[in-house]
Design a binder for this molecule. Structure first.
Ligand code: SF4
Length: 324
């Protein structure tokens, strides 16, 4: 919380600053849809609504839904037999679907359609006998879900260095997939290394990194080098938010991830005149406004928005929750 009577904040107050606002930023279509699924269920059903894992990777979104009655669980064994359970935007492995069916749960699937597309590719590639190289981060829920489509035929690659260690049954039958929220630049380097090793590598027409991840990275890349500081609103477990911080730092600009305005630190603002501001795809727009309002307390702010493209993508809700 900014307190201009605190000497540390007072030292960085009274300065005119410019905010370069990256656009697009904040919610993507998949996140809006997933939140709307839980919203609709809370409005339409009387029984408790369980959500497996965080519906999207944002502490504020989860706390808000929790305060309105959603019950977040880590695994299905915490959901009573026959209850309604929502699968998060990150998707689930077939084993989770089987377990839900075995326990008679009423599943409403909020998996982002762009994640579902990657699952379909995994099934197709594995079904034709390929080894599937999945580029992604170990332990991320989306990666666990995709790996689960063909676990014995899928290998995870996290870095260029990992490519040399990949073992495949037949080097002429290798396909690749990617997590949707990776760094576009780092993934391109990994793909170059994979193509050098497996000349017949097959995969999707373009990597599976989604439009929202790509747009947020491109929008930040357009302002990061002009900024003295970059602030990314998002939670620490949000992959695409963390990638934005890394991108700005690779461009040589100090960058920090913050959940909300309370995360601001006076030390970040020393000698800072131009602040690049963006938010990951799971961070609500109101939190960006909160950061701007907080910074306004430190002195005059000029706002400049740089929009590199306008997003018009919208995903329809699952039939089970469409309002009548
Ligand atoms: S970041 Fe991309 S893949 Fe993830 S929910 Fe948003 S649109 Fe879907």
């Amino acid at each position: 919380m900014i307190n201009v009577h605190d000497p540390a904040w007072a030292a960085v107050a009274g300065v005119s600053r410019t905010i370069l606002l990256a656009a697009p930023r904040s919610f993507c279509a998949g996140v809006e849809r997933a939140i709307e699924v839980v919203d609709q269920l809370l409005a339409q059903r009387e029984d408790p609504i369980y959500v497996r894992k965080q519906i999207v990777h944002n502490t504020h979104v989860v706390a808000d839904l929790e305060s309105r009655g959603a019950v977040f669980v880590d695994e299905l064994d915490a959901v009573p037999q026959g209850a309604t359970v929502v699968f998060s935007a990150h998707g689930v492995s077939p084993a989770v679907r089987t377990e839900a069916a075995r326990r008679g749960l009423d599943v409403v699937d909020a998996t982002c359609p762009l994640v579902a597309k990657v699952h379909a590719e995994a099934k197709r590639y594995a079904g034709r006998g390929d080894t599937v190289v999945l580029i992604g981060h170990a332990g991320h829920e989306e990666v666990e879900g995709t790996l689960g489509e063909a676990p014995s035929q899928t290998v995870l690659v996290e870095s260029v260095e990992d490519v040399a260690r990949v073992q495949v049954a037949d080097p002429t039958r290798v396909s690749y997939l990617t997590q949707t929220t990776l760094s576009v630049d780092e993934t391109a380097d990994i793909l170059t290394a994979l193509r050098a090793r497996f000349s017949q590598l097959k995969g999707p027409d373009s990597a599976d990194i989604c439009y929202a991840t790509t747009n947020r990275q491109d929008a930040l890349a357009a302002i990061a080098s002009e900024s003295d500081l970059v602030l990314v609103v998002g939670s620490t477990n949000s992959s695409n938010s963390v990638r934005l911080v890394e991108l700005a730092r690779r461009q040589g600009t100090p960058a920090y991830l913050l959940d909300d305005a309370d995360g601001l630190r006076p030390a970040w603002l020393n000698d800072v005149r131009v602040i690049g501001l963006t938010a990951g795809a799971s961070a609500p727009p109101r939190l960006v406004n909160g950061v701007i309002a907080a910074l306004e307390r430190l002195g005059p702010l000029e706002m400049v928005e740089r929009e590199i493209t306008r997003e018009t993508i919208h995903f329809t809700l699952p039939t089970a929750v469409r309002p009548l």
